[in-house]
Design a protein around this ligand. Sequence first.
Ligand code: SF4
Ligand code: FE
Length: 483
Amino acid sequence: MALKTPQEYLDSLRKLNLEVYLFGERVKDPVDNPIIRPSLNSVIMTYELAQDPKYAELMVVDSHMTGEKINRFTHIHQSTDDLVKKVKMQRLLGQKTAACFQRCVGMDAFNAVYSTTYETDQKYGTEYHARFKKFLEYVQREDLTVDGAMTDPKGDRGLSPSQQEDPDLFLHIVEKRADGIVVKGAKVHQTGIVNSHEVLVMPTISMTEEDKDYAVAFSVPSDTKGIKIIYGRQSCDTRKLEEGTLDRGNPKFGGHEALVIFDDVFVPTERIFMCEEYDFSGMLVERFAGFHRQSYGGCKVGVGDVLIGAAALVSDYNGTKKASHIKDKLIEMIHLNETLYCAGIACSSEGHPTVAGSYEIDMLLANICKQNVTRFPYEIARLAEDIAGGLFVTMPSEKDYRDPVLGGYIEKYLKGVASVPTIDRMKVLRLIENLTLGTAAVGYRTESMHGAGSPQAQRIMISRQSNLEVKKQLVKDILDIKG
Ligand code: SF4
Ligand code: FE
């Protein structure tokens, strides 16, 4: 079975025995928890679209290892065409969910670990690549969702992993056994972990020899003994516990992040993909970050499409659609959104083969892509708020709207254009609230800033890739300056 149906995916998640905590209590059934469920619905969409022949070209691909049809989220990119299709797939998913659909972190981790293990083996004669391929075949065959786990808590940012007062602030090896290793530490901001079958752990920064215990990569099932998941809060999250769906803004979809503790977790040898090869941790980090910076040129653009659509629709409902400044603001939003997409597509079509034969993005352009993402969604959100008017943060609740007496006043006084039902106007305003200030603002705004690395991380990469000497030489050539 290489493509799971949404139902099969749900059934497989129910079989996991995850240790998830939310509001101080263990969650008995994460699949049916009302706070978590919208994020699960977003991941389900990655399975659902793969079943639809209309989207087969983007969602389904032949495995380069087995030749089987697989979901692109488990694929190793074999060409620039694959890289471009990845971004298009992510834009599509963003459009369908208006949320983070979580499955990209695993896909980006597969591609980074695939090429890095190959090069590690070349230097050290290790067998990580073969092990990883075996694991990946299992992932593809079972159509699994995998959490790509990179970010450590990091403690004092001025100190390296081994210099920290508390040695667990970066995940590390605490014991080596004949049959595997034991690791301890944590990963923060873990996207989609509760909806994942496996967690694929990578180091978070480049390391030196003193930090070799921290240079570790592996995958284990997400319900492995010792893994504890503490679910992250989001603005307005408890609205999902209320009756009705209007006040949620996005009634069906969402995303999530969590703090994941690894409390002496055992990793069997066949699942270890890096073990003390500290000189390859930087390569792995750069590649994963590069792929995820490319990803944002797809997913954030898809969510941006929905936000632009919401701004346009609410201007119809407000009766402002003919105002020239509204038209101009919508044009500006589109310009910014498509500029993000341009960089996502450009870094993909300018991609190149790795030593392992898989394809990776152009690193400079992927970092430019993400640097733009740290800015433009904020401006797109600002313009959406401008067009919407203040009502999206002052509107009464759904409960008031449903009240037999109060509802009449709300219906009457919150009406915009006479032919549009008030409830429709309220729905769109709540969606704008959700995307700019509510649960989805995690994915659309703050994650645009910090996800796949904070802005300064991209600026360091841009500086490294900028090749200023070549540019200076251009000037010298034009001006006949020698030496
Ligand atoms: Fe995918 Fe975007 Fe979510 Fe990252 S933020 S997992 S790229 S949807
Ligand atoms: Fe992300």
